[in-house]
Design a protein around this ligand. Structure first.
Ligand SMILES: [Fe+2]
Length: 174
């Protein structure tokens, strides 16, 4: 079975009763288990890798969307960073499939400027969670592309992109 159909079936069978707003920690752990059970390998996901389409500098491919879930495959070349963004109404669970990513999390100051709150590397096989309202970016500091699988719930809406010029110095938490 093609991977997109496989993850769709799993989400619809096992993900429908999970509510990240009720218990985010339980939701995150359950989504990690579910994504692990989906057995996503680079070989299985290779058909869904896409090249960058301007203005994006990385491939972004939506492989599934329902009322509850949206699934995206990211394919990020070396030395490329996603825009600083939030997910609007959605939260997100990320599974690193290949390579490694630097996940930067930001907080917004009273004057709307952004400050780096944390900066963590995640390698192939690892997961991380972006809760509702979090502002983050994902950077590829390596010389190899990284590939990540993202499950959002609900599907992304009302999200924001933040210009890099609102970012204050990297003094904090790097
Ligand atoms: Fe994101």
């Amino acid at each position: 079975m093609k991977y997109a159909k496989h993850i769709q079936n799993l989400l619809n069978l096992e993900g429908v009763n999970l509510d990240p707003r009720k218990d985010a920690s339980h939701y995150y752990q359950a989504m990690c288990r579910l994504l692990q059970a989906s057995d996503c390998t680079i070989d299985r996901i290779a058909p869904y890798l896409t090249a960058p389409v301007a203005p994006l500098e990385y491939g972004r491919n939506q492989i599934y969307c329902s009322d509850l879930f949206e699934v995206i495959v990211l394919h990020v070349p070396p030395n490329v960073e996603t825009p600083i963004h939030d997910h609007g109404e959605a939260c997100c669970c990320v599974h690193v499939i290949k390579g490694s990513t630097l996940n930067r999390v930001y907080r917004k100051g009273a004057d709307e400027s952004l400050h780096i709150l944390s900066s963590n590397h995640f390698a192939a096989g690892e997961f991380f969670y972006s809760p509702h309202g979090q502002i983050h970016s994902m950077y590829n500091p390596t010389d190899q592309p990284f590939v990540t699988l993202h499950v959002y719930t609900p599907p992304i809406s009302g999200n924001h992109i933040y210009p890099h010029n609102v970012l204050q110095s990297h003094k904090e938490g790097v």
